[in-house]
Each structure stands twice: as structure tokens, then as C-alpha cells.
Design a protein around this ligand. Structure first.
Ligand SMILES: NC(=O)C1=CN([C@@H]2O[C@H](COP(=O)(O)OP(=O)(O)OC[C@H]3O[C@@H](n4cnc5c(N)ncnc54)[C@H](O)[C@@H]3O)[C@@H](O)[C@H]2O)C=CC1
Ligand SMILES: O=C(O)CCC(=O)C(=O)O
Length: 314
């Protein structure tokens, strides 16, 4: 078996693959468009993160390919219809990084509500301003979830433990799969989530329905005190509309782990004081990456051995 890996993978995954065959691994291969097709001519599996564009054109250059492994959850960089047409299965790291994303969202909420780093810097600069850093508890506040899947559900149960009220919008949630009421999420409309939440957190895939879901009109319906947190995909928020809303204090602030263009180029949002931005790290913890690398390696091998996998994208 030949495995081609175009982006960062942890050793735990590589070890599994090496037992099964040849492993070509270069974490920067996704940037080397001229090299990739020739490496794929006799590859059985292609393993990627979120930067490799797995297009129909690329798949056509990989006649032996049977499986694409996605070291993560979002599938917006993979042309699923083209993969289906080519008979190539796609497996992903179902739920492997969800807890890390949840903890990131708490870090973002606490950065707004208890800004320890800013206060610490202020003290180190010789100040002792206790009033300046008086904020609000998250206890009793409303967390609004847009998308209540693997991440949203885990975020909800932990937010309840902090005494938050949790409301959610997810029109595609199969009722038998997740009893939102059991985990304390009051499911409601998108309009209500936006109007009532003190913290809005996005957990939807990027697709034609969710692109620009948060835009000038929806931002206007939010409270002036609301913070929005985006760990989903940059395209879910219209960035120029968010820029205007933050600049004119239509909402209080935003934390973005994802941007429409990564790394950013000339993105005005980065100039704003009420914006926190990180380089797509919500799912990047040691634990999540070991789980992700092992899971995707194992599931690719299963597919190549003709066994079933619960991580195949349908
Ligand atoms: N920043 C990071 O490091 C990470 C980002 N992600 C992003 O988070 C997204 C969500 O991840 P999971 O919770 O694991 O996925 P999931 O598939 O378990 O949950 C997504 C939920 O969104 C819902 N949904 C779909 N379209 C919707 C719409 N138009 N309106 C409202 N809800 C809608 C679905 O019904 C589903 O319940 C991923 O697709 C990925 O883009 C995931 C992991 C790490
Ligand atoms: O692929 C990555 O490295 C980031 C994780 C992510 O965005 C995802 O799992 O969807």
C-alpha cells in the first residue's frame, strides 16, 4: 500500500501506516502543486488536513486511489461529489478534536469576561487599576449555539456546568441522534439565538447554506453586549460586515480562530481592538492530534482492507 500525506500528522499515525506499506510524508506537500500529481499516480491513500484542495482534477491524476483521509472534521477542502464519482471513499476524524475546540471556546469566553493576560501586562507596566478590569461572570449568561453536533453538544454540557443558559439552532439535527433537551439545550430559531445570546458560538460546516450566515442584517439583531466566537470556518461570517459591526460597536467583540483566507492578507479585521484572532488552533492540542492521527490512519487502512468504517463520509 502507498500512502501520501500532504500536511502535518503526528508520529502515532505514521507508525500505523508504516506497518502497512510505503509512506510519503511532507507537511508542505500541499503547497507543491508540481510534485503532488506524480506522487499520486500509484498511491492507494491520500491523507490531508484542511489546506490541500482535493479536487476532481487532482483525483483524476490518482487512478489507483481508494481513500482520502481527512485529519480533522471540516470537509470544505474536498470535492465530495468528485470523490464519489471516482469511487474514492473519504474518511474523517469524527469527534477526535471536539473537546479541544470546546475548551478553546471557553478560553475565548474567559478572555472576554476575565482578561488575565491584559490585566497582567498592565500590572507589569507599573499599574494597579482594579476598576479597569472589573468584568462580568459567565454564570447566568446565555450561550447561543449555531450547529449542535459533536462540538456544540459537548460545549453545551460544559456550559451548563458553569451555570450558563444554553440555546441552540440546528435545523438538521436528527431527533433520535441527540436529545438536546437532555443536555439542557433549548432548541429555537436562528433569530432567537442571535437576539438572546450573550455569547454566540458557531459550529456548522461551511457549505452553500452556511456561507455568510452571519452578515450585516443578522449582526444588527444581536445585543450590543454580545460576543461572537467562530471556530467553524471563516466563510460562515461575512468579514467586511463583521468589521463594520465591531468598528461601530453593533456587537461587543469577536474571537476568530478561522478566517476566509488563511493566513490572512490585508484583512481589515486585524486592526480592531475588540477582535481576538488565532491561527486556526482550536483543534490543535497534543491529545486531539494523537487521536486524529491514529484514527485517520486506522480508518484508511480499514478501507484499503475492505473493512467497514464509521468515519466514512456518506
Ligand atoms: N477550528 C478548528 O480547529 C476546528 C473547526 N471545526 C469546524 O467545526 C465544524 C463543526 O464540527 P462538528 O461539530 O464536529 O460537526 P458535526 O457535523 O458534528 O456538527 C455540525 C452540526 O451543524 C449542523 N448544521 C448544518 N448546517 C446547518 C445550518 N445551516 N444551520 C444550523 N446548523 C447546521 C448539523 O446538523 C450538525 O448538527 C466543522 O465542520 C469544522 O468546519 C471542527 C474541528 C476543529
Ligand atoms: O485541519 C486542521 O488542522 C484544523 C482542524 C479543523 O479545522 C477541522 O477539524 O475541521
Amino acid at each position: 500500500m502507498k500512502f501520501v500525506i500532504t500536511e502535518l500528522i503526528w508520529n502515532e499515525g505514521i507508525e500505523i501506516l508504516k506497518e502497512m506499506g510505503e509512506v510519503i510524508y511532507d507537511p508542505n506537500l500541499w503547497k507543491k502543486n508540481e510534485q503532488l500529481p506524480s506522487l499520486l499516480t500509484d498511491a492507494d491513500a491520500l491523507i490531508v488536513r484542511n489546506q490541500t484542495r482535493v479536487t476532481g482534477e487532482l483525483l483524476a491524476q490518482a487512478p489507483k486511489l481508494k481513500v482520502v483521509g481527512r485529519l480533522g472534521v471540516g470537509l470544505d477542502n474536498i470535492e465530495l461529489a468528485a470523490a464519489r464519482e471516482a469511487g474514492v471513499k473519504v474518511v474523517f476524524a469524527r469527534n477526535a478534536n471536539a473537546i479541544s475546540v470546546v475548551e478553546y471556546v471557553f478560553a475565548a469566553m474567559f478572555s472576554f469576561s476575565r482578561p488575565l493576560e491584559k490585566a497582567s501586562q498592565d500590572v507589569k507596566q507599573g499599574n494597579w487599576d482594579r476598576k479597569l478590569f472589573t468584568r462580568e461572570e459567565i454564570y447566568g449568561k446565555t450561550l447561543g449555539l449555531i450547529g449542535v453536533g459533536e462540538i456544540g453538544a459537548r460545549l453545551a454540557s460544559r456550559a451548563k456546568a458553569f451555570g450558563m443558559k444554553v440555546i441552540g439552532y440546528d435545523p438538521f439535527l436528527p431527533p433520535y441522534e441527540l436529545a438536546c433537551t437532555d443536555i439542557g439545550v433549548n432548541m429555537t430559531s436562528l433569530e432567537k439565538v442571535l437576539a438572546e445570546a450573550d455569547y454566540v458560538s458557531l459550529h456548522v460546516p461551511l457549505n452553500d447554506q452556511t456561507r455568510n450566515l452571519i452578515n450585516r442584517e443578522s449582526l444588527k439583531t444581536m445585543k450590543k453586549t454580545t460576543f461572537i466566537i467562530n471556530t467553524a470556518r471563516g466563510g460562515v461570517i461575512n468579514e467586511s460586515d463583521l468589521y463594520e459591526a465591531l468598528k461601530s460597536n453593533i456587537i461587543a467583540g469577536a474571537a476568530l480562530d478561522v478566517l476566509s483566507k488563511e493566513p490572512p492578507e490585508g484583512n481589515q479585521l486585524l486592526e480592531l481592538d475588540n477582535l481576538m484572532v488565532t491561527p486556526h488552533i482550536a483543534g490543535l492540542t497534543e491529545e486531539a492530534q494523537v487521536r486524529t492521527s491514529e484514527l485517520v490512519a486506522r480508518e484508511c487502512v480499514k478501507v484499503l482492507c475492505g473493512q467497514g468504517s464509521l468515519c466514512i463520509v456518506r
